[in-house]
Design a protein around this ligand. Structure first.
Ligand SMILES: NC(=O)c1ccc[n+]([C@@H]2O[C@H](COP(=O)([O-])OP(=O)(O)OC[C@H]3O[C@@H](n4cnc5c(N)ncnc54)[C@H](O)[C@@H]3O)[C@@H](O)[C@H]2O)c1
Length: 324
């Protein structure tokens, strides 16, 4: 199968590119390299292009036709919540505009299958075990662009006869290869590494939540498990094509298991051998006590479930951090 991966030079996209190549798929990457690194997958064709520009439609349609692409995986997006609050119009233009251009190019080139990177951010401050049917009330322009992206995809699926799957990722961490690690400190694991590098204590924002150890509980999924979820989604689209054209399915991708901030920091301190101890500070506004993915739908319908542990996540992320 030939797959075009937008954002394939990014953290998650690069893992998916490598997993697909290892199983024999042909891959073409499109990326503007703003937060991506071409050296993550040397030897894979990478076309530098900003998908937010309307001129990308023609260029992308030619690329899709030239390579006879079977499916598109659309990772390319800006993903910083705080930045999205400061620059909402830019986020809509990049994330929603970018998706619209990809869909126009697919229509022109007759490409019928898409996997879209959505996010648990569509649920806003949902709590507890979150099923796909939970209310969608994003609390940032970033989350809004993901929800609007899903709506756009639903409409395009009906109009263009596409076959699509959106995957709502929970907390992604870890690395499949040391050189593919997450270089942005936006999530707990890289943020703790950053504190340790500066000889500072990792911070726990609030230890008086209604959770077993008082700290917030989240669902951490290993980036390799996530990459394998994309491969399973691609296979589902390829094998069920005749029956599912015109269908847009949406799945959570997580482990279904909660890990507290304190548990995660303890694992990080053990794996890194750092001498610091965690320091409890005041709660941050807006942090729900517990958010864990309900993952039965993806297991039942795509046959995917996570297999890696939080220790696997931290060990691999630490190896990647050392590599950098
Ligand atoms: N990392 C997470 O925890 C997480 C969680 C939920 C959803 N997501 C989503 O997963 C996707 C990948 O995230 P990531 O963590 O790999 O981020 P990343 O920033 O490492 O990767 C995104 C890639 O897309 C490229 N890109 C962005 N906008 C583009 C545009 N307009 N045109 C062309 N290229 C563009 C960037 O240069 C980068 O290489 C994003 O859609 C993100 O919103 C990530």
């Amino acid at each position: 199968m030939t797959v075009l991966v937008t954002g394939g030079a990014g953290y998650i996209g690069a893992h998916v590119v490598r997993v697909l190549r290892e199983r024999g798929d042909d891959v073409v990457i499109v990326d503007d390299l703003v937060t991506g690194f071409p050296e993550r997958n040397p030897g894979v064709e990478l076309v530098e292009m900003s998908l937010a520009q309307s001129s990308s439609v023609d260029a992308l349609a030619s690329l899709l036709s030239k390579h006879e692409v079977d499916a598109v995986i659309h990772f390319a997006a800006r993903k910083q919540v705080g930045e999205s609050v400061a620059k909402p119009a830019w986020y809509y233009s990049e994330n929603v505009g970018g998706l619209a251009h990809v869909l126009l190019a697919m229509e022109r080139a007759g490409v019928g299958r898409m996997i879209f990177s959505s996010s648990a951010a569509v649920y806003g401050d949902a709590r507890g075990y979150v099923p796909e049917s939970a209310p969608k009330v994003p609390t940032s322009p970033y989350g809004e662009t993901k929800l609007v992206g899903e709506w756009l995809l639903t409409a395009a699926v009906a109009a263009q006869g596409l076959d699509a799957i959106s995957l709502r990722y929970f907390n992604v961490a870890g690395a499949g290869w040391p050189e593919l690690g997450d270089k942005m400190a936006l999530n707990l694991v890289p943020m703790v590494f950053e504190r340790l590098d500066a000889n500072e204590s990792p911070l726990i924002f609030g230890a008086d939540y209604q959770t077993p150890d008082g700290t917030c509980v989240r669902d951490y999924v290993h980036v390799m498990d996530l990459a394998e979820a994309h491969a399973a989604a691609l296979d589902a689209l390829a094998t069920e094509a005749a029956a599912t054209v015109g269908r847009h399915r949406v799945f959570n991708v997580g482990t279904g298991q909660g890990t507290s901030v304190r548990e995660m920091i303890d694992v990080i301190l053990r794996v890194s051998g750092a001498p610091q101890a965690a320091e409890v500070v005041a709660r941050r506004p807006g942090d729900p006590a517990m958010v864990t993915a309900e993952v039965t739908a993806i297991a039942d319908q795509l046959g995917w479930r996570s297999s890696r542990t939080v220790v696997d996540i931290v060990e691999s992320a630490w190896a990647a951090h050392q590599h950098h």
